[in-house]
Ligand binder design. Structure first.
Ligand SMILES: Cc1cc2nc3c(=O)[nH]c(=O)nc-3n(C[C@H](O)[C@H](O)[C@H](O)COP(=O)(O)OP(=O)(O)OC[C@H]3O[C@@H](n4cnc5c(N)ncnc54)[C@H](O)[C@@H]3O)c2cc1C
Ligand code: FES
Length: 279
């Protein structure tokens, strides 16, 4: 077994600037060694530690689905030391990657059910991976209706725009895109994600909700889901705690007796209700 602390080399194949503020970039990486490629088996919801030699590393959710054939996407917001250096990296550069780590969205539980995805801002990354996974030809009939509610502060902050516009036209999902405040050219919805969610009145029968976004969005989204009859056991959230090892060894990311890196990052709302409110 390979040493989980040793990063695997990965080449940056392409970089997409996602937002107008230019502080969110999607990196498409390819693992450089064949053995690493074989070993790196993941599912939506998991994350990896991205690293730069002599700089440091940070946990980032895997934004692509394993069904996308070899492409490994990470969408990174420039937040501090490591992510700023990562944003300076260029196509062709080599960076380090450890993982995949953590658990996945509950794909087994979701099977045969309606799936509601609620996302806000750049936290949409692993939700995008989940949507891509569900929409893949062989997987699509394993799940019932797919509904996505996705919002950002303004049109310039929506990520994966081209895909969002394609999804609007697609027949095998329903997507509601909203911004807190539109600009001159904005013809779509305006309004906060929880308000839009209330308007569309999601059906909780045989349904699972996956939620990821800024804390304020989550705070106001959870009561709406409960109001429409989603049980806490059917609502899943992905947590972002500070991390070091990523593999449940250093104790940096614990909430009560759970390690977010190993037991999470995906937890049901029912599980979170049992934990100290540190997140
Ligand atoms: C499981 C997981 C998945 C993640 N997925 C993504 C992703 O897909 N895209 C992405 O851009 N970011 C993601 N993050 C957050 C990302 O790891 C942090 O932004 C990154 O570690 C910041 O590192 P830095 O060295 O650039 O910033 P630092 O210099 O360490 O910190 C800069 C500032 O950000 C704060 N900060 C740093 N990390 C966190 C955190 N985890 N939570 C709250 N505040 C923090 C610090 O307190 C400081 O104010 C994820 C985190 C986790 C745990
Ligand atoms: S990051 Fe080390 S235990 Fe979770």
């Amino acid at each position: 077994m390979s040493n989980p602390y040793v990063p695997m080399p990965a080449k940056i194949e392409s970089i997409v600037i996602e937002n107008e503020a230019r502080d969110i970039k999607t990196f498409n990486l390819s693992l450089m060694n064949d053995t690493d490629k074989e070993r790196f088996s993941f599912l939506p919801g998991q994350f990896a530690e991205l690293s730069l030699l002599g700089i440091g590393e940070c946990p980032i959710g895997i934004a692509s689905s394993p069904t996308e054939g070899g492409c490994l996407l990470f969408t990174v917001k420039r937040a501090g030391f490591v992510t700023t250096q990562l944003h300076r990296a260029e196509v062709g550069d080599t960076i380090g990657i450890r993982g995949p780590f953590g658990n996945t969205y509950p794909l087994d539980l979701m099977e045969g059910k309606n799936v509601l995805i609620v996302g806000g801002g750049f936290a949409f990354t692993t939700l995008r991976a989940t949507a891509k996974y569900i929409l893949e030809g062989n997987n699509r009939n394993r799940f019932k209706d797919l509904t996505i509610v996705y919002g950002a502060r303004n049109p310039g902050e929506l990520i994966y725009k081209h895909e969002l516009w394609e999804w609007e036209k697609a027949k095998d999902l329903k997507i509601y895109i909203t911004v807190d405040k539109g600009d001159k050219g904005w013809k779509r919805r305006e309004g906060f994600v929880p308000t839009v969610l209330k308007e569309i009145a999601p059906n909780s029968d045989s349904a699972v909700a996956l939620v990821c976004g800024p804390p304020v969005m989550i705070k106001f989204t959870l009561p709406v889901l409960l109001e429409f009859g989603f049980a806490p056991e059917t609502i899943f959230l992905s947590l972002e705690m500070r991390m070091k090892c990523g593999i449940g060894k250093c104790g940096r990311c614990n909430i009560g007796h759970k390690y977010v890196c190993k037991d999470g990052p995906v937890f049901s709302y029912a599980q979170l209700n049992e934990l100290p409110q540190e997140y």
